[in-house]
Write a protein of this length. Sequence first.
Length: 266
Amino acid sequence: MKPEVFKLQQGTSPLLISMPHVGTQLPDDLKPVYSDTGLQVDDTDWHIAELYDFAQSLGVSTIRPVYSRYVIDLNRPADGQSLYPGQNTTGLCPLTTFDNVPLYRPGMEPDAAETARRLPLYWHPYHNALAAELARIKAIHGYALLWDAHSIRSLIPHLFEGELPVFNFGSASGASCAPGVAEALLAQAQQLAPHYPAVLNGRFKGGYITRAYGQPANGVHAVQLELAQRSYMQEQAPYALDASLSAQLKPVLEVLIKQFLAFKPA
């Protein structure tokens, strides 16, 4: 029996929320190759499932992986092409943390053959399920909505300058959803939480999932939201959820999700 690599909760609405970086497990057979830093899975999108725990009551489908992005990054293309040419980023099978610290013990980094081995075990099952769920939703509603949910530390000099805005919406520079959809979400966030800086298509324009599945001409509209983690949690280990902060943020997220749900393609 194959180990479970993702969890899919099917809903009744036109919306699927993908959480590709919430996994925290490492396969037992790979644990010996990781450095002490790698074993900490620090670059997880911590507590995202909890922030969106209202989704089920809205009939929203959700999908999330079991394993860490350190095994394979589900938001990178299978061929390993960089999504941000010329900028520091992490790859399909990351070799370093966001701070450029090695994830593997010396000489144990994954080569091309190891990367190829991991694809059918972890990457393809998630994407096959994601694509199938979007197809199921589209068959029922005539269209599908995809929200790719992420979070990241506010300050990562290796990846970006300065402090990241709290709300980082991405629509692949307008290509992944109908005109005005992402702009309206940005405006709503700015109205509901004016104390939280917000931007559209800034440093994070949407990763592979947003770019690959967001096809408005084919009835699939995708938006990515990258949250700065200072808005709801402790940004250093043990990465504790801040109940007071998250209680302020969750209602804003729920309004944003409801607004996206209300969108119906012409």
